[in-house]
Design a protein around this ligand. Sequence first.
Ligand code: PBG
Ligand code: ZN
Length: 323
Amino acid sequence: MQFPVRRLRRLRKSESMRRLMSETRVTRDDLVYPILVQEGLDGRRPVGPMDGFYRISVDLLEDELGEAHDLGIRAVMLSGIPEHKDEAGTSAYAKDGIVQQAVAKARRYRSDMAIMADVCLCQYTAMGHCGIYKNGTVDNDLSTPLLGKVAASLAEAGVDVVSPSAMMDGQVAAIRAALDQSGHQNVAIMAQTAKHMSALYSPFREAAHCAPLFKDRNEYQVPYTNPREVMAEVESDIEEGADIVMIKPAMMYLDLVYEARRRFTAPVAVYNVSGEYAMVHAAHSKGYIDGAEATLEILGCIKRAGADIIITYSAKEAARMLP
Ligand code: PBG
Ligand code: ZN
């Protein structure tokens, strides 16, 4: 059909028409708010580059969950900063570990929210790597049983979903086995399947004290050049028993979200990471862009690409704006 018969602007002429025509939309139900709890902390501390985001003490968790819940957010992802690190990352699976405490409290306060927790070793190991460092490398098969132990201990504390972010081969299978053997068949795994080696994690690393002491994470995180390798990661995580797969970061990786959505039936989550949040807020604070509008656009585009779940530091901000 040729102009002037076809006039696509007819469908955009008013707010009500535009809303009626909306093909995709983000809702509060899609959002997961990340919470960073720090052991031994009193109160809360700003995370430098992340305007409006704080590390909090376990004591503040009830308020934090309450605020998110009041805004209509129904899911949170907990990560921890322990007081003690060691070679084996033992504080990651301690019964009274910081995330275990947070999960137990969250469970008690809010049975009406989905409680998720990150599963990794980097905050807990002296080396700051996501697995156990041995003989000049991150030892894959030494690390996966420990990740299983972390997951089982979080399940014991009452978590609904564990989310492994270590990028060890076989971590999902090891975690599924550890969960099942400890009687937690109903705890789901949201695998951080395609966690790319990215420059956009640095605000989180600084806040969570989890930057590697030496070397980088190139030998386990995925390079941003390899879409086929990402599909292989998705395929193998699903085979290993992942209930939900994830692409991370978000904004620059939406081609992978789109492809994973089309090729697989598992729900696809996206992690809109700390650096993405920091960029938007930094540009906003300089007056270069409207951060609120940019945030809605970013989340809307992530949804359009096919994401089912969006983990984002902007969840509360977005929930205040969404219709
Ligand atoms: C640790 C972890 C990282 C993030 C989540 N879990 C950092 C890293 O891998 O170095 C990044 C999250 C963010 O930047 O928001 N495994
Ligand atoms: Zn890690």
